[in-house]
Write a protein that binds this ligand. Structure first.
Ligand SMILES: [Zn+2]
Length: 169
């Protein structure tokens, strides 16, 4: 993990490195994904259009209601709202409401009483964003239907697998 941070620092992409809480209970690829997400560096349809890789910005492939920005995908999209609702219930915490990418990556700071619980919850939040992004990719590239319960099952199964293996508990 330290090597990756060093690598990122050695390139020009250092903005916000300190804002992102790196978590070694989950795979590096999920941390890097989370960090890219927080920097608004994911290749969403709006970003691809901005870089002239596709001609026009397109609607969110999950709900079809708004342009696909990172903020929409992980905060206001109905799929994200349902995922956060399910996670609130699963983790037995008050209903999650997020309005910005920063809100998502700060969520764990509101978990009281224990650093361990905070770290577990941060892992789950990162895994949730990762699974939403995977479902979004499958919707775009494989035309797979969006199934919120399937996304939630994946979040739970990755959470058990990764956190159990790495936290040694
Ligand atoms: Zn949407």
């Amino acid at each position: 993990m330290a090597n990756v941070k060093k690598l990122l620092v050695s390139t020009e992409v250092t903005i916000g490195l300190d804002l992102f809480c790196w978590n070694n209970w989950i795979p590096l690829k999920v941390n890097v994904f989370g960090w890219r997400c927080l920097q608004n560096r994911l290749a969403t349809l709006v970003e691809l259009a901005r870089r002239k890789i596709i001609p026009d910005s397109k609607a969110c492939p999950m709900c079809g209601c708004r342009l696909e920005t990172s903020e929409h995908l992980f905060t206001s999209c109905i799929v994200a709202c349902l995922v956060w609702h399910n996670i609130s219930t699963w983790c037995k915490i008050p209903q999650i409401f997020v309005f910005s990418l920063k809100d998502i990556f700060d969520l764990h700071k509101f978990i009281p009483n224990s650093n361990r619980r905070m770290r577990i919850f941060q892992s789950i939040v990162l895994i949730a964003c990762w699974c939403i992004w995977q479902a979004r990719n499958k919707r775009i590239y494989e035309e797979e239907n969006v199934d919120v319960q399937k996304i939630v099952r994946q979040i739970k199964s990755y959470s058990f697998l990764w956190i159990k293996a790495r936290s040694r508990r």
